[in-house]
Ligand binder design. Sequence first.
Ligand SMILES: [Zn+2]
Length: 429
Amino acid sequence: MTLRRSIVAMLLATAALPAAAQGVDPAHLAAMKKLMASKAFATARASLETDYDRIVKDIITLTEIEAPPFKEAVRARAYLEMLRAEGLTDLEIDAEGNAMGLRKGTGGGPLLVVAAHLDTVFPAGTNVKVRREGNRLHAPGVGDDTCSLPVLLAFLRAMKAANITTKSDILFVGDVGEEGPGDLRGMKYLFTKGKYKDRIGQFISFEPGQARVTNAGVGSKRYKITFKGPGGHSLGAFGLVNPAYALGAAMVEFGKMQVPAKPRTVFNVGIVEGGTSVNSIPFEMAMTVDMRSEGVAELKAEEDYLLALIPKAVAWENAVRSTKEGAITADIKMIGDRPVGATPIAADIVQTAGAAVIAGGGEASFGASSTDSNLPMSLGVPAITLGSGFDTDRSHSLDESLLLDKPATVKHMAMGLATVLSLAGATMK
Ligand SMILES: [Zn+2]
């Protein structure tokens, strides 16, 4: 970077953009400033501050209860007890494993769901003991998304401390299955099968981070494709069809796919596996692929491209080598399906969150990600994902860590709480 460019970058980073330039309308900003200037909000914010050490303690407790995909039950039970201790009603772990409880409103507002996910990406047996070094906590999963679960509890205590009532019922949820293999199973249950499915009017999920408003969900389709053949001795059976060549042909074609930069569309072969020995024609070879896009049509186009090339690769291998002991077949299995969705920037929920960031002293930025919100967004339920206030590093790695910076975290937690209060129709005295 040249000196001149670095100065421009510095100016851009420090100059506060006017709210309108950040995509937030004056009415939402004025309403949010009023909410944040209330005595009740000052009391609630003070509660978040007093609560900080307790939040950190709860993060450590929950992090040390491992929660691999499909094995969140022990952590779910622990979290349910924490929700119970905050005085929620209608406590339950639903049939999919989501832990939840209701904070009753006075009536007249749409049900608001406030969620954080229980699951981590780490397999059972991973050492999840939290290590504190200086101003950092280290442990797999300490950030994503364990750090957000206690923040929801702190919101409840803050509302209680300030005697805040809301029009809307608020359902607090620690949900399962947000990470890869879980395929949003917690959300799919909550929105299509659970008892609240027809009542949910607004949805916020919290993830690690600060001041970021996720209003669009990158969709994904994931497949495992297994090529099968008769197998045989590499010397004695030479000339028989080989699933490795069919897989190779398919993979090369897949790699040639053309995708647009906008809407952002990507693809990957993540796992290739199969074979048993160097001197055997394998009887099975598989590849696992991931395709993602912010566009519905673009994601569909990627999927169509993949599904069309598989039979061609199979037919090619069956044509160029002998099928006398059996032909190559392909077993196509969908292992992931996250819908694309977006909540318009102009939507009340997005405007409210953006206003809270600006009124709270930050800069609003909107963007796309892949989170629990994808599911409600795809169903047309107004949904966003917000930073819960903790800054984290090396998420999804064994080196994952969480930064302990009380002023910054309290500041950003307050933005999240203000968003929840506004959307729930809180009475702020
Ligand atoms: Zn997460």
